[in-house]
Design a protein around this ligand. Sequence first.
Ligand SMILES: [Zn+2]
Length: 74
Amino acid sequence: MVVDFDPDDPPLEPPDGTEPVVWRMAQAIRAAHQPDSTACCVTCRVNVPWPCPPSRLAARGFLLAIRLRRTSRR
Ligand SMILES: [Zn+2]
């Protein structure tokens, strides 16, 4: 099963086929780490260019949520 989602705008609710807890954690991190008007992260210190390390971690979290559920169904 393939879960399609827009990495720039992932759905708030975990899609079918994903691990919901990991998905929601990734969403929470993503929501807190957004670019400001100067292309720096609003949560990390000034001069940390976006995407900051936590926002990149969130992006990987969505992929992990997909992989975990697939793995657990085997
Ligand atoms: Zn950040």
